[in-house]
Design a protein around this ligand. Structure first.
Ligand SMILES: [Zn+2]
Ligand SMILES: [Zn+2]
Length: 636
């Protein structure tokens, strides 16, 4: 079919002499109902069953569509048809509403995993689009339409794939195998180019627009598993209900699951179905055959939950709303900071809940292109209220800041990073507020004295750097599943009988050991406020580095937040932190349940004596308050 490649002037689209162009629906018929699809092809009569996922994918107006689920769910094929669809809700007598390929400036981007997949996609595209007069070439990988519309195709293994497409205008994008993209940021950088300068000019009501509108949309296909499993699950699968459009920060998203059963062509192939059902690897089978997203596919933190899955206990969650916990002022607090390249810096503020035994990341700071002194200043400003409350509660108002170790030797405009941070902190908290033991030694500015003075301040220390033990500490702190009970020997009735004769107490213990273990709920030891998105994202996206126990580094800002998280949980053991003397005395009083002033006085005196014996200097906080009240009582 010799088609003169001569783009029609855009104005022709409205003049009426531009014919209704390629009718893609004659070349490609989506599967409306898998069960009656072949009948429909034969008779042309549609059944009355509810439309299947392919129709949802073609009709949804969501900006980002994620077609995910089982292998063989026809997602790729639907994606090829989707690229041709028009504006289904607008009058179909207009060429562009019928199909975007009739628009001379329509541009689409197709990204596949690697060169081989791309070649496969192009050969299938040739069969389908060729029927409508399109030319498909491999070098460059393009689909060119008679109207002038173009599909640009590429693959992700090409180093320039990410940068080449940024900044251009693509009205539609198709990503195949989305979970092959390890980091959400890479995806976000490319979809930033999904936009349109061809929008409705006349403010038409819906159903009456003949402006030749090109609505920007992204279509992704994916199966569970792969290095991007975590972020894809989080971005689409965990949105809420499938097949429902959700509004998110930047636009709208929908997750449309599809099953092998939705593909009438593959369902005829018993061998294909059997092959999927007989995959020996448990995770792979659950992912490919059953589209199960709850598999631990190479994720480093498989038990991490932004929220619990439907079949999991409520304590299976690590992200909690900001401010949902009362963080008492005397609980241990500390900071962690990762100083990345090019002035990327990530910082977290932590608090240890002494009642529940949980560590909570409650504040996050992220900086790019900011000088160290400014960073110190801004962190100190945010920290000031916490320090002041700690001091008034009688706790040590000097928090440790654990900084990435490599910063202690590096010079940044003459001073080291910790020294520049110190300058910034001092601007807010005063000249004697920072102490860096490693650089300043114990001589000039003795840290202990400094803490004893109860001055507000920060002590900058080297973070513990061992990567694998650090990651494992994080993982262990996330645990919410009870450990499996150790295997027990079989109950031996003869031995029990002997024990009963000899020692009833041992007999009783022996019996108890074989009773069904009580179900114990386990609270995860690590919680994160939802105002710490960098850390949450870093954990969700973390994958194993090859076959090692280390986390793969990707040199994106997400790395910095995750590293800061590791420093935070691994550099400091809050369980060893002592509660302030005043709090100890108060706790003794309340635990004794004393009500009358006399016994309150006696118990607090006793607690203070205990502290003195233990070699602590009592703050006198509680006692002072108590004596005050006593004095008043006497007056009355
Ligand atoms: Zn049907
Ligand atoms: Zn319009």
């Amino acid at each position: 079919m010799a088609v003169k490649k001569q783009p029609a002037p855009y104005a022709q689209l409205y003049s009426g002499d531009f014919p209704v162009g390629a009718n893609y629906q004659q070349a490609w018929i989506p599967v409306r109902c898998a069960e009656h699809h072949f009948e429909y092809l034969k008779t042309g009569v549609a059944c009355s069953c509810a439309p299947g996922p392919a129709i949802h994918m073609l009709m949804t107006a969501a900006r980002e569509i994620c077609a995910g689920g089982q292998r063989g769910g026809m997602k790729s094929e639907t994606g090829r048809g989707w690229l041709m669809k028009g504006n289904p809700y607008e009058p179909q007598d207009h060429a562009v509403n019928q199909s975007y390929v009739n628009h001379p400036q329509y541009r689409a981007l197709v990204l596949r995993e690697n060169e081989k997949d791309l070649a496969d996609w192009l050969s299938r595209a040739k069969m389908l689009y060729g029927k409508l007069g399109a030319t498909v070439t491999e070098k460059p990988a393009r689909v060119s339409w008679p109207s002038g519309a173009t599909f640009v195709c590429g693959h992700l293994k090409d180093d320039s794939a990410w940068t080449d497409y940024q900044g251009q205008e693509f009205h539609r994008m198709v990503f195949e195998e989305l979970t092959q993209i390890p980091k959400e940021l890479l995806y976000e950088l490319v979809i930033a180019s999904c936009r349109s300068t061809f929008l409705c000019r006349d403010g038409c009501v819906r159903g009456q627009c003949r402006c030749g509108v090109l609505v920007p949309q992204v279509f992704t296909t994916t199966n569970p598993g792969g290095p991007g499993h975590g972020w894809v699950k989080n971005r689409f699968v965990s949105l809420g209900q499938p097949n429902v459009v959700y509004k998110t920060g930047g636009g709208t998203r929908i997750f449309i699951p599809s099953r092998l059963e939705d593909n009438p062509y593959l369902m005829r192939d018993e061998a294909y179905k059997a092959a999927l059902e007989n995959i020996s690897d448990d995770n792979m089978r659950r992912a490919w055959r059953y589209g199960d997203w709850d598999i631990a596919a190479g994720q480093y933190f498989p038990t991490f939950r932004v929220k619990p899955n439907p079949d999991e206990p409520p304590e299976a969650r690590h992200v909690i709303p900001t401010g949902s916990r009362v963080l008492l002022p005397w609980w241990p607090r500390w900071l962690s900071m990762d100083w990345g390249f090019k002035h990327h810096a990530a910082c977290h503020v932590w608090c240890y809940d002494q009642q529940q035994g949980q560590t909570i990341a409650y504040r996050e700071h992220g900086f790019t292109g900011t000088g160290s002194t400014e960073i110190g200043e801004s962190i100190a400003k945010a920290l000031l209220p916490d320090l002041e409350r700690a001091r008034s509660a009688g706790a040590n108002p000097n928090f440790n800041l654990y900084l990435s170790p490599e910063q202690f030797g590096k010079r940044d405009e003459g001073d080291t990073v910790p020294e520049l941070l110190a300058k910034g902190i001092q601007r807010v908290l005063g000249p004697d507020s920072v102490y860096i033991p490693e650089l300043w030694g114990d001589g000039g500015n003795p840290g202990r004295e400094f803490a004893a003075q109860r001055k507000l301040g920060v002590t900058i220390q080297r973070a513990k750097n061992a990567r694998v033990p650090g990651w494992q500490t994080m993982r262990e702190m996330m645990r919410w599943k009870p450990l499996a009970q150790p295997a027990m020997d079989k109950f031996d009735p003869e031995y029990a009988a002997i024990l009963f004769q000899q020692d009833p107490l041992r007999w009783q213990r022996y019996n108890e050991a074989f009773q069904a273990p009580k179900k114990r709920e386990i609270l995860p030891k690590l919680l994160i406020y939802d105002s710490c998105p960098g850390l949450i994202k870093g954990i969700v996206e973390a994958v194993h580095k090859d076959e090692t126990e280390d986390v793969l580094k990707t040199d994106t800002p997400g790395d910095d937040f995750l590293e800061s998280g590791r420093y935070g949980v691994h550099s400091f053991d809050p369980t060893k932190a002592k509660e302030p003397d005043g709090v100890y005395v108060q706790r003794m009083v309340s635990e004794a349940g004393a009500t009358d002033m006399n016994s309150v006085y006696m118990i607090s005196r006793h607690a203070e004596e205990q502290l003195k014996l233990a070699g602590n200097n009592s703050s006198g906080l509680v006692l002072g308050r108590m004596s005050g009240r006593r004095a008043k009582m006497r007056v009355n």
